[in-house]
Design a protein around this ligand. Structure first.
Ligand code: FMN
Length: 413
């Protein structure tokens, strides 16, 4: 197998073409200004990613409301943000017009940070003291999602990732734990209707067939009643609902899905396999393969959790270093038909130029993510986020953050 040829081959997504198989995962980096607009730091991060030539870049989780959010300095997508977002997209197009760019739309629901925001839930999980959302409040949230999709289009982006992962509001509605009696609660037919209504309304307000729609989905959340489980009080894996969801969303215009798993505030190692538990990444491979087997041939499946593979010097056993390395493992998954693209999350912070370096034959210059998870420490501490291993600016941010707040052990176990 020629891994370079596989990874650098183009792929069609809907009517659009991504120039290679690299997908830049949405990575919230908490560096927007108080109005939720991009700052110089945000520009620098994305300009580097666009220079890096990935086929498809997803903007980090951008909140549809400033009232319920998980990050202090999160990006907002409300009507007043349109001029700043339009400038942002057009600058990135100047850097590299070929890279496709989508926005990940989110509402944090019960993961909103109560220090500066309001926690809302469709059915609060134990330990997440949240206010229960009324149907009227929820209808307004759906309206705001639809408006945000329209604003994304007007800002000039290529599409949206309607976020259904990692325990944020989209996952909260879909999971069996949402057993409360209300319009979008209880039986699967009610819960899925939320996603179906949203897609149908978004397609109506943005009828342009070139505008991409898809979702990042936690296929199995990994706790009792989480999405992908057999019922509201069991952790048993049952993918009937995730499979039905992707099929229903395809019928409503979805052209791609980003496979993920877990809800990091509950199951962090599952969402982000870490250096002590790299084998969690194999669960993602399985979930991606299941999605791939159940969607139409033309629907693009993007796999997650590749950063832990790095150069192949990880704790994966019973596999050669070459086969345990990101590029070989990723290319093999594409060749075997498990996924169409591979997602780079923490790796994209470590080296935003990876696809470019591979194209130019500079593979030995790639900075591989060490999964030290200092980026997660910065995230939890509400600091601006970047790679503290390879980028001096963020090393200094980390040192400063630890001086003020103390060192935090990101708890994977
Ligand atoms: C600092 C940080 C920020 C993240 N922000 C987001 C986000 O905005 N949206 C999202 O869906 N996932 C987010 N994630 C999860 C990643 O996109 C990705 O799913 C996960 O890190 C696994 O991929 P990796 O092994 O390549 O890092 C974040 C992860 C980290 C470490």
């Amino acid at each position: 197998m020629d891994k370079r040829a596989v990874l650098l081959s183009p792929i069609q997504i809907g009517t659009r073409t991504a120039q290679n198989r690299f997908f830049i995962q949405p990575m919230e980096c908490n560096d927007a200004d108080p109005e939720g607009n991009p700052t110089d730091l945000t520009y620098q991060r994305y300009e580097n990613l666009f220079r890096g030539e990935a086929g498809l870049v997803c903007l980090e989780a951008i909140t549809i409301t400033d009232k319920n959010r998980s990050r202090m300095n999160q990006l907002f997508i409300m009507p007043q943000n349109l001029p700043a977002l339009t400038r942002f997209v057009s600058r990135l197009r100047e850097v590299n017009p070929k890279t496709l760019f989508i926005f990940q739309l989110t509402h944090s629901g019960e993961l909103s940070n109560p220090e500066f925001s309001k926690r809302l839930s469709v059915n609060p999980l134990p330990g997440f003291e949240a206010e229960v959302i009324t149907e009227e409040q929820f209808d307004k949230i759906v309206d705001d999602f639809v408006l945000a999709a329209k604003l994304t289009y007007e800002a000039g982006a290529d599409g949206i990732d309607m976020k259904f992962c990692h325990g944020y509001l989209g996952s909260q509605v879909l999971r069996p734990y949402n057993s409360r009696k209300w319009k979008y609660g209880g039986p699967w037919e009610n819960r899925r209707q939320f996603a179906f209504d949203l897609y149908e309304r978004i397609r109506k307000v943005v009828p342009d067939p070139n505008f991409l729609i898809g979702s990042k989905i936690s296929v199995w959340e990994g706790f009792p009643g989480g999405f992908g489980t057999a019922g509201p009080d069991t952790p048993i894996i049952d993918l009937t609902e995730p499979i039905d969801l992707v099929k229903g969303l395809e019928e409503r215009g979805a052209q791609f899905f980003i496979q993920s798993a877990g809800s990091p505030s509950i199951t962090i190692s599952l969402t982000q396999a870490d250096k002590d538990h790299p084998y969690f990444a194999y669960l993602h491979q399985f979930f991606a393969k299941v999605l791939k087997e159940n969607v139409r041939r033309e629907t693009v499946i993007i796999g997650s959790n590749y950063s832990v593979f790095g150069k192949g010097k990880n704790k994966l056993q019973a596999v050669s270093q070459e086969d345990a390395s990101l590029l070989t493992y990723g290319a093999k998954n594409i060749e075997r038909g498990y996924v169409d693209m591979i997602g780079l999350g923490r790796q994209s912070l470590a080296d935003p130029l990876l696809p470019l370096k591979l194209r130019e034959g500079r593979e030995d210059e790639i900075n591989y993510c060490t999964t030290c998870d200092n980026c997660l420490e910065l995230l939890i501490q509400q600091a601006p986020i970047g790679c503290a291993t390879y980028n001096k600016y963020y090393t200094d941010v980390l040192v400063q953050t630890r001086k003020v707040k103390g060192k935090l052990r990101v708890n994977h176990t």
